[in-house]
Design a protein around this ligand. Sequence first.
Ligand code: NAD
Length: 312
Amino acid sequence: MKIGIAGAGALGSRFGYMLSQAGYDVTLIDMWDDHVTAIRENGLLIDWNGEARNARLPIFYPHELEGSFDLVCCFTKAMGLDAMLSAIRHTLSAETSLLCLLNGIGHEETALKYVPADNFMLGNTIWTASMTGPGSVVLHGTGSVALENAGGDEAARERAMEVARVLSDAGLNAQYSPGVVYATYRKAALNGVVNTMCALLECNIATFGETSSAEAILRQIVTEFADVAACEGVELDREEVVAHVRGTFSRDSIGEHYPSMYQDLVRNNRRTEVDYITGAVSRKGKQYGVPTPFCDLVTLLVHAKEEIRDAA
Ligand code: NAD
């Protein structure tokens, strides 16, 4: 099976490396010059649970690609998905499956411009990865993937199950999971609270959670996610989601963690995925006539901070 990794940053490198170790024909695809050059010259340098590894993986710019892939796994940041799919559209045939495991919501609107619904699957993952520089990644711990087909027919379901089998074959612990849209909204609601607040307030999850404002902010943001999700036929269990988010505040849970939006904006001065988290709810709220005042404001504040910091 010929697999393209569209966006070979932290998580793309993990999936690309593990799939190649399982014997699949993997091609990394990226547009970051320093990263492409580093991997071509030195291979991908991996800190694998504390053990130094080096993987010689092919990496190409989109315009260099020839032929088509059987499976493309997307691991750009959310705001880079459209540009990536546009750049690799010549590699997407009628047979290509497209898997999107990006954080956030609304990616199907982008993906379905490039592939039919029957070929598209979305999901989420709790695998983690981080970059320490061009061509160098840290892959620690374990994780899992849940995915589901976007199109409704039996062939699409079979296709998604096959992709889950391929990922599991590579040790990625993937499940075909019909409830994935619900899970994606639930995870996005969590990110809508903790990622945005920690990036804006420059603190970890526990420090935000211990403020006297946290409960009111959490409740209102979850309510707005639930109101918009309901317009799309997804009935979030509001109290369960509130409890789920509140549970992350504990220092015994993941409270000491600085979420990815904090790391992108505060630590690395990079633009955030906010338009696909609270921004997506804000956008969808306008479309459905549902008020989303907190998500509107939070999204604007994150963008203002990106501008002030001149985030790239
Ligand atoms: P990433 O930023 O590491 O990689 C995304 C893209 O950005 C790649 O194309 C990469 O080459 C490029 N890039 C990375 N650093 C760059 C730099 N300094 N300059 C220019 N380009 C750079 O993103 P990621 O962490 O792999 O995340 C991909 C998606 O997966 C996101 O939607 C993210 O929210 C989601 N996700 C990530 C993790 C994780 O642990 N990393 C976990 C779950 C979900």
